[in-house]
Design a protein around this ligand. Structure first.
Ligand SMILES: [Zn+2]
Length: 242
């Protein structure tokens, strides 16, 4: 895993904040997904874009294995822990503890965490990796439950050009990943990037490169989805866990 950036961690905190109402709505058994869908959560792929990539793009979420109540409880607890820890690091005193703080709604805590992280990181460099590590599983489970596809999401299909090549000669890995080049730039569009080792599709098969890696813009996704190999149709592919 690459080192977390402060921007990414702030985005993740913001995502948890924005996703909170939808998550809470899911507590009610049988709540239709359409009730809780909010198409404008930060850094999220639109339903049209998800459609373009089809089933070789992103797997339909199977949320049954995630307990909504546990997740809600964990987010609320972690948000408070993170702020309390940062306050301790920067010795900010109780002024920073959100006014309408409650154990039930973590949004003021998440907001405060975003405000304090720069100051805390300056004093203690361990802050960022620690916060990233604390929230990563929560973000992942929330996105999974709500069916949100975000930056870094791995595609289901296998790259036909490098054969999903990883380190040590492993093939059949899921090397295709969703990438948002710069969320602050409105014109920037999401890309699918292959992170396979030495992936080098022939000319005409790839429109651009991102940091030396082949990348495909949204316009090419319909086509790309047809090119990707279906991992289920290929028994014997090796895949590293994680
Ligand atoms: Zn590739």
């Amino acid at each position: 895993m690459s080192r977390p950036s402060i921007r990414r961690v702030k985005e993740d905190l913001e995502y948890l904040q924005e996703a909170w109402p939808s998550l809470v709505a899911l507590r009610v058994p049988g709540t239709a997904r359409s009730w809780v869908e909010n198409p404008r959560r930060a850094g999220m792929l639109s339903p049209e874009d998800q459609e373009r990539l089809g089933k070789r793009g992103f797997q339909t979420p199977a949320p049954a294995d995630i307990q909504v109540l546990d997740l809600i409880w964990s987010i609320a607890n972690q948000a408070r822990d993170i702020v309390e820890c940062m306050v301790e690091v920067i010795d900010a005193g109780r002024d920073y503890v959100p006014a309408e703080s409650s154990t039930r709604d973590p949004r003021p805590w998440l907001e405060t965490a975003r405000e304090l992280i720069d100051a805390a990181q300056k004093i203690d460099e361990a802050t960022l990796p620690w916060v990233a590590c604390q929230i990563a599983p929560l973000v992942k489970q929330t996105a999974h439950l709500l069916g949100d596809f975000r930056d870094g999401q791995v595609l289901n299909g296998i790259c036909p050009w490098c054969n999903g090549r990883g380190d040590g000669g492993m093939v059949g890995l899921r090397t295709m990943q969703l990438h948002y080049p710069d969320p602050d730039e409105e014109d920037d569009q999401p890309l699918v990037v292959c992170r396979g080792v030495n992936c080098d599709p022939p000319r005409g098969m790839v429109g651009m490169r991102w940091r030396g890696r082949p990348a495909w813009t949204r316009r090419e996704w319909d086509w790309l989805a047809k090119m990707l190999r279906d991992p289920e149709a290929e028994p014997g592919v090796v895949e590293k866990v994680g």
